[in-house]
Structure formats: C-alpha cells, structure tokens
Design a protein around this ligand. Sequence first.
Ligand code: XMP
Length: 513
Amino acid sequence: MSSPVIILDFGSQYTQLIARRVRELQIYCEIQPCTMELDALRALEPAAVILSGGPASVFADGSPTVDKGVFELGVPVLGICYGMQLTCHLLGGRVEAATEREYGPATIHVDKPVGLLAAFEAGADVDVWMSHGDRVAALPEGFHVVAKSSNSPFAAVADESRRLYGVQFHPEVVHTPRGVEMLRAFLVDTAGVTADWTPGNFVEQSVAAIQQQVGEGAAICGLSGGVDSSVAAMLVHKAIGDRLTCIFVDNGLLRKDEGKKVMEMFADNLHLKVIHVDASAEFLGALEGVSDPETKRKIIGKVFIDVFDREAKKITDAKHLVQGTLYPDVIESVSFKGPSAVIKSHHNVGGLPERMNLSLVEPLRLLFKDEVREVGKAMGMPHDVLQRQPFPGPGLAVRCPGVIEREKLDILREADAIFEQEIRAAGLYEKIWQSFAVILPVKTVGVMGDERTYEYVVALRAVTSRDGMTADWARIDHDVLAKTSTRIINEVRGCNRVCYDISSKPPSTIEWE
Ligand code: XMP
C-alpha cells in the first residue's frame, strides 16, 4: 500500500471525521497526536499531512502546537481551522482573536482554484461550514488568499510553491456539501496520493501480516458471534487455517438459539474450528441472588476469563490471542487528549492477554466499524452476520434488572425473539441501532378469558444512534408495536403486559442496567 496520509490531532471533535472522509476516498490515513516527534513522523513517510482543528486558541497558554519542521518535510500540508491558524502563526503570519465566534453555514468565493479548491471554477461560490473563534489577520510570506467569505477574508489560503494549504472552514463535515471533493482535490490531484485502500487490498495485506506474526504457531480467538470478533476470526483463519481455534463461550445469557446459530454459521458454513463451551451453569451459579448491575458485570467478566483461560490452556501450542480491537479504540489511546478523547466505560475482558501470557493479534486495529463490514464482505461473509446489531458482553444479564432467574431468562428470550422477528419483518432491523426486550422484576395483574393472571412485564427498547454514545428512542410504527405486543402476550407464557421505552440517551442509557 502507498504511504499514509497523516492527520495530526489537535483535539478537534472532528478529527475522526477527517479520517473517515479520507478513508472514503480509499486513501489510507492514520491519526497521530500533534505532539508526535518530527523524526517519528518522518519515519512514517507520509504522502501528505493534515493538521486538524482544535478547541484551543493559538494564544492560550499551553495550547497545542507542532514542530515547525512539518512544513519542511517536502510533502503537502493542509491545515484545517486551528491547523490553518497554527500554520500562519508558526510561519510568521498573524492570528487575532475574533470579537465573536463564527459558527454555521457560509459561502466562500473562489479566487484561485488550487489545492482543495482545484475542482471549482475561479469565481465560483461554494457552501461550507465554519466553526471558529480566532482568525488569520495577516499571511506568512509566500502565502496568498485563494478564497474568501463575507466574514473571513482568509477563508482559504495557499503557498503553492511549498504546497502548504489552509482552510478556515471544515471540509470534513456533512454541512460542507462538496467537502469530500475538496479533500480529493487536495489529496489526489495536489498531493498525488494513490487511492488504493480497498477492502480487497486490506485482506491481502492483512493475511500476509498475520502469517508473518504468527509464523508456524497457533492462535486462539474468543468468538462471540458479533461483527468484530467474527471478521477478525475470518481474517486469521484465512491466514493460518485450522491453526486458529475459536472458543465460543455460552454464558447462559445469550439470545434464543444463539449458540446453535453461531455453531451453524461458523463451524458448518464458514468452516472455522470452533469449540462450543457450555458454561451457563457456572455463570448463572455465580450470579445467583446478585442484583447490583456493576457486580453482575464484574462477575460475568471474571467467570468469562476463568472459563476462557481454562479452555485456552487445552490448546497447548497457542501463543497468540486474536482480538477484534477497532481503530477508534486505538485512536483513544494515541490521540492528543483534547475533547476528542472518548470516555469508554465497558471493558469486559480487560487483562485477558496479560494473564494468559499470549501475544495479541489485532487484525482490525486500523479499521472503522463500517470498514470491518466491508472487509467481511470482501471475504464473502454473509450479510446477516455483518449487519448484526450490537449485543452487550454481559448479555441478557443487563436486560433482566434485579436477580437473574432461569424462568425470567426464558420469558425474556422468547419475547426478544418475537420482537426481532417483527422488527425484521417491518424492514427496520438495519435502520435501528439496537432493538431488544427487557424483563422487569415485577408482576402485574391481567385477565385472560375468565381468569385473572399475575405475570411479568416485558419492556421493548429500540433506539436509533450513530455510535451508541447518544441515542433516541425509535419512532416505530404503532402497528408493529401492536403486533409484537399481541404476539408476546399470546405466545409467551409468564408475561401479561408489554411496554415500550420512550426515553432517550442521555439521560437514560440504552441498556436498562
Ligand atoms: P448504554 O447502556 O451504556 O450502552 O447506553 C451503550 C452501548 O454499549 C453496550 N453495552 C455494553 N457492551 N459490555 C458491552 O460489551 C457492557 O457491559 C455493556 N453495557 C452496555 C450497549 O448494548 C450499547 O450498545
């Protein structure tokens, strides 16, 4: 693959978005902290460098900066917003604090179609999105204005001889409708970067890298049936075949028929070597009488490690552990700790590789979630596996508030399966982030025929979301809810009432525990 585009992060909430847009152009890019040493940056042999935006002011004490040598690497550099102000500040221009913040849509007038603006005609008016406090007041030597807006006389600037470019607006956000074209004009036309980041190329290179890392050895993988562990396992299987053993732990907290479906899909259809461990008695035993949500999570995490460790030890030649870590987790650990740093609250199997003394194989650590799906598709994995909604590690335990009992789990499983069927039948499954049932720890009165009933309440939860960090309750058609409710009450013994959860996150969470 060609040299990467390096995005130096100054803490903008949009840094990941820049990376996403560049990847959409099939160009490989990496996010690095702005504090990265110049030698380390040079060693990456970047094809181009992008300086992200950031919340700071170049004047503020301790505001993030960059080694000026970045402008002398001989590769094109694009500064976005704070990145542009910093470029001007460091190269001898002048930045001033704006009296008021400019935030929202704006129109720029293209004076000279170069760099990002190469795809436009001179004189064109182009809609963009602005979000900045400070602004450039005087340009460094060698720079000139290539576009202006009514509020920003320096909306886009360039020093073409040194191939240094700056834009005050944000080409990476959707509110800049032609932003992707702009990034393409900069990266492909101006910087000459090759667009060869395709799922097929990734699979090929990743397989070679895994073969190199694992050598003649063997590896194990905890397979959950979720998208990430499934694609990771497939990649490693492609690389080392049956020297990969997958361990699928049934913790007794899975959805209806999940164990059977996972074995059919991965062992029978995709021909992976999968060990099915039924540890439900061990998990449910450890959870007996426990109602506190965090205690439940801790117990499940601990029992999982015990079970996995025990099974893994049986595969005596395994020296490698496959994990489906994704790029956002990697960025979180390398990113400049500005507000773009994400607070991650759910680590279920932390500590596993250290305890087992295995070296990690993380074939997805360069990928965003949608890229994982594309890679799975390129390997011929079925659509259904790749489009599954997320499912929490502690499983149904966090959908059964209060103490966990087998009877409640059985009711929950049946109700959940009916809801999933109806959501799928209505064509909503892939439009919704998560949809599931919850069983409440209370019984209510109902009437069936001439009989009074006293049974559990099931709540239905369905949310739309982009990343699970915030979510809104899904406005599902009432007819779909009505059919689901009727079916659950008629078909599931032990439940006589169904509710629909109409709370958003925040202040509620997606799961009930
Ligand atoms: P909440 O309930 O915090 O959930 O709004 C956000 C997303 O995280 C999932 N989730 C978990 N995933 N272990 C996991 O692997 C957990 O303990 C856990 N708790 C919540 C939840 O399903 C949603 O997608």
